[in-house]
Design a protein around this ligand. Sequence first.
Ligand code: LFR
Length: 488
Amino acid sequence: MSGSVIAVDLGATSGRVVLATLADGRLSLTEAHRFSTAAHRTELGLQLDVMRLFDEIQAGIGKAVAAAPGPVSGLGIDSWGVDYGLVGADGLIGMPFNYRDDRTLRGRELVRAVVDQSELYGRVGIHDNPFNTINQLADDLAEGRLDDAEAFLLLPDLLGYLLTGRRYAERTNTSTGAMLDPGTRDWDWELIDRVGLPRRIFPELVDAGTVIGPIINGLAAGVPLVTVGSHDTASAVVGAPLTGPDDVFVSSGTWSLIGMELDRPIVTEEARLAALANEGGVDGTTRFLKNVMGMWILSEAMRTWEAEGRDVSLPDLLARAATITGVPRFDATDEALMAPGDMPARVARLVGDDPRMDDPAFFTRSVLESLADAYAATVEELAQFTGRRPTRIAVVGGGSQNALLNQLTADRTGMTVSAGPVEATAMGNALIQARAVGLTPHTLADLRSIVMASADLTTFTPASDKDAVLAEITALSNEFGADPLFTR
Ligand code: LFR
């Protein structure tokens, strides 16, 4: 069957409106519009101008509709997790906060005062990230910001509300907030009551693949809004070319999310101590994964170097990094790296002062080696907790273009690394819509066959001939385009 849908995909640095067309069992994507999703420093903190995003999305929808070969059958929205806007009788209240704002640390202390970390994990199965929605809402509650709120709507649901007038909470993204029971997949009301959050602000939960209703404004008026895996990582995992239950995925962008797809959550104290989360996946699956800082470390370091007037380009850094050895490594999951700010100084603190780290290429190699270490350690934990024997890692997203990191990952884990598609998130978003409106077959394996038929994948195997590998990496690194951050 053939047809088109529109995927709206908001990443940490950019948002895109993508026209996705399915024909002859292949999915082709056309980027209709790209815009910045950067948060702004206001007197309240790090905030998001969501109405500007809405205008950009409407502009993109216009371009996508114009580019479509025929009628558009659906529109779906995904974004990074945990962030939300408050809605009252007169619409949006204030500007949403960005999860890298340090108010989350205050909120986490408020939540910890009523439920300890071990109990919280046992209830919701989510790693105790400072940015979890529950912590952000606790801060809002303390600041009186919930007084006039009728609902909190996670970012994709908020944009869906602005397009349709309907209020709902899609489950995959909601699961990242640490307020959902992973067994029943319903709100954990007892927890919510204990934190003191008003029950009235919790919207009705819906699954990915639900037709919400027609869009009521803009150039897609009348097109059905369909919920997708609205957490970007959930859509990325749908769009990952996983060949079976033993495959590991890495969704590589601003964050690296490394994990396995399970039938049911693993909510043990050992899993909590290993910082593994049970995020809700599409079709009732569990994304058992760990957050590793990812390309954020490098992109934020580049921002610092550029502000200092240093001339740095990513292709050049990677080509030089490929020839460097003997770098110090650090814990690429350390929370000290989360906030915006001087990244080279924070990494220097973690490695213990090493003057060689002042060379951006040396620093880059240290980041990549540390990411590969974190991946390898996580693969071992995944094997241990799931009892599975992983032999293949599917890296998807912008970071899958990083040939050096892919090779280091293969070398460190001893596993085959499949790289691509870069656009796994938009593909996963589009495929869940296409299925909901009857354009594709049913199972996740069917959808992933479409991904595999549509994308060019590159394979990296653990190195035997180091010189050949180095030549290959240098050639691939030189192919990088203009997007310096590998992020969406
Ligand atoms: C990736 C991501 C991660 C989530 C972080 C914050 O874009 O969605 O999965 O932990 O951003 O929302």
